[in-house]
Ligand binder design. Structure first.
Ligand code: CA
Ligand code: CA
Ligand code: CA
Ligand code: CA
Length: 533
């Protein structure tokens, strides 16, 4: 069902190119004279890309990857105006490429998919409020290499889900395939030249739109890659299976030859959330955690029926993880997706996920142990300053958490957007960012745009290679001096206590540049970004 109303829907006129250069904004301050902002802004940030004309970024989470291989990472994301944008580590625009008029709301994947030794950017365009869109492959210099736009004409809406790439066809070892879910009632695997390798429709249980982004992983460890994804469902009597009004979690063979044993798992509610996969129990076995969406208790979305509000935890054989599902009454993740984190003293991985309460306004953040119980101090709600009288707001988000050790202590911190700030908690659930304002209390952190809200996920990387991690936000600013209107703006704050040589748990949405959604402890993952496999 794609009638989910996201928080804001507006269109912006897209101005033509110009000779303007990016404007470096003042670091948003704590409104506390004499107290510098903590953390400080990275040099060159915030950077308002006024040379793009008026545009914005709402839902496209940034990917961090070294596109040109010069040792310095770039920040890559999409815009509501249909662009893909690459920004250098010093805050200047590297390139932008229009994909058409349909918004880019997905996170780009970056990998060398055609085997020529140069990286490509693979991105989906699509919006619940617009027809059109598709998958576009863009070179590391910003040139369009190919597009797939042959959407199902009965439901001609494109891709909100972020594409994932991997070697799904073992017969073509030098090139990678693109796995992508779509609003057009199809799941596809495209070849690197944007041709369709295989496609699933009604006969293979794709009976509705899909919001969830695929993970590519050898889930059953038989030597071939599989695809794990959530999906929507509605009643269909098909040969050998009755699909419910609800949703499902699928684990499909990467070659398109059906689902793994134990899948699909069928539920009474949609699964918009994207799976997180790792050795969750610390026993050398891959497992899946994922949130639930929200549709089948909303008259605006469906003919309602009672739904089970829960977070899902599933083993590679399709059985529930012991202690799961984790009940979350009166809240649901919608499109928010878990991050996995390694905390000291916990065998296995902790699932971090944010839900929206049924009021569709306030948020709840969970840290769930491998056995399905909450970490001490959790769940909690985000707190941001509401006014000068000591009140707080508790806004939820459809962005997803990211996790890295920002303080240089023994455990990672959790970063999540709430309105126009990023909120940070430590492992114990103590909020490190200011919960109240006017002025912001000394000793608390403050990562604010002082302008538009963040609707996507932060990214964490060492942009300048000085050994200290930055928290990066790709958003919009409507207070650019000398410029009326709204502009794509990138924020970055540096954490001087961090150590970028340490492994990073989950530094961006879908965890890595190939959008795998997989926690790989066996890969070198320093500096906040990894070399693309
Ligand atoms: Ca670079
Ligand atoms: Ca290439
Ligand atoms: Ca497999
Ligand atoms: Ca740095």
């Amino acid at each position: 069902m794609n009638r989910l109303i996201l928080f804001v829907a507006f269109t912006l006129a897209v101005a033509g190119g110009s000779a303007l250069a990016a404007v470096t904004l003042d670091c948003p301050t704590r409104s506390n004279p004499g107290v510098p902002n903590d953390p400080p802004c990275q040099a060159g940030f915030p950077t308002a890309l006024v040379e793009l004309g008026q545009d914005s970024n709402l839902y496209s989470s940034p990917t961090i990857a070294d596109l040109d291989g010069n040792g310095s990472p770039e920040i890559i994301f999409g815009t509501q105006g249909g662009r893909v944008v690459a920004v250098r580590a010093n805050g200047t625009l590297m390139w932008s490429r229009s994909t058409g008029s349909v918004s880019v709301q997905s996170k780009p994947a970056v990998a060398d998919i055609d085997g020529d030794g140069q990286l490509e950017v693979i991105v989906g365009a699509g919006s619940a409020s617009m027809n059109g869109g598709g998958i576009h492959v863009i070179s590391h210099t910003g040139q369009l290499q190919c597009s797939f736009t042959a959407l199902n004409p009965e439901h001609p809406q494109g891709m909100y889900a972020s594409p994932s790439v991997g070697n799904l066809d073992p017969s073509t070892p030098g090139v990678l395939e693109i796995a992508v879910a779509s609003f057009d009632f199809r799941f596809r695997v495209l070849r690197h030249d944007c041709s369709v390798w295989w496609e699933h429709a009604v006969d293979e249980y794709v009976v509705d739109s899909i919001w969830s982004s695929p993970s590519i992983v050898d889930l059953d460890r038989n030597g071939t890659l599989d695809i794990v994804i959530g999906a929507d469902s509605n009643f269909h009597q098909l040969p050998g299976i009755t699909l419910p009004d609800g949703g499902m979690l699928r684990a499909m063979n990467g070659n398109g030859s059906g689902d793994l044993p134990g899948f699909p798992k069928l539920y009474d509610e949609v699964v918009y959330s994207s799976p997180a996969i790792g050795d969750i129990r610390g026993i050398g076995e891959l497992a899946i955690t994922v949130g639930s969406g929200r549709c089948w208790d909303l008259p605006s979305c469906a003919i309602v029926h009672p739904v089970t509000k829960q977070m899902l935890g599933v083993q590679s054989n399709g059985q529930n993880l012991p202690g799961w599902p984790h009940a979350t009454p009166a809240e649901s993740s919608r499109v928010a997706s878990p991050a996995l984190a390694k905390f000291s003293g916990v065998n296995g991985l902790v699932t971090i996920i944010n839900n929206l309460r049924n009021d569709d306004v306030t948020g709840v953040v969970h840290a769930i142990r491998p056995n399905g119980t909450e970490m001490p101090g959790w769940p909690l709600e985000p707190n941001i300053a509401a006014d000068c009288a000591g009140n707080s707001l508790h806004w939820g988000t459809q962005g997803s958490p990211v996790v890295a050790n920002l303080l240089g202590d023994s455990d990672p911190e959790i970063v999540l957007s709430a309105a126009n700030e990023f909120v940070i908690w430590n492992r114990a659930g103590q909020q490190l960012t200011a919960a109240t304002g006017c002025p912001i209390p000394p000793g608390t952190l403050n990562l604010s745009s002082n302008s538009n809200a963040f609707y996507n996920s932060a990214a964490i990387a060492d942009l300048d290679g000085n050994g200290k991690l930055e928290v990066i936000g790709a958003g919009t600013n409507s207070n650019v001096p000398g410029h009326t209107g709204s502009y794509v703006t990138i924020y970055a704050w540096t954490f001087n206590g961090s150590d970028a040589s340490q492994p990073v748990d989950w530094p961006m949405f879908r965890r890595d540049a190939i959008n795998s959604g997989v926690y790989r402890s066996d890969l070198i993952f320093a500096n906040g970004f990894e070399s693309v496999p």
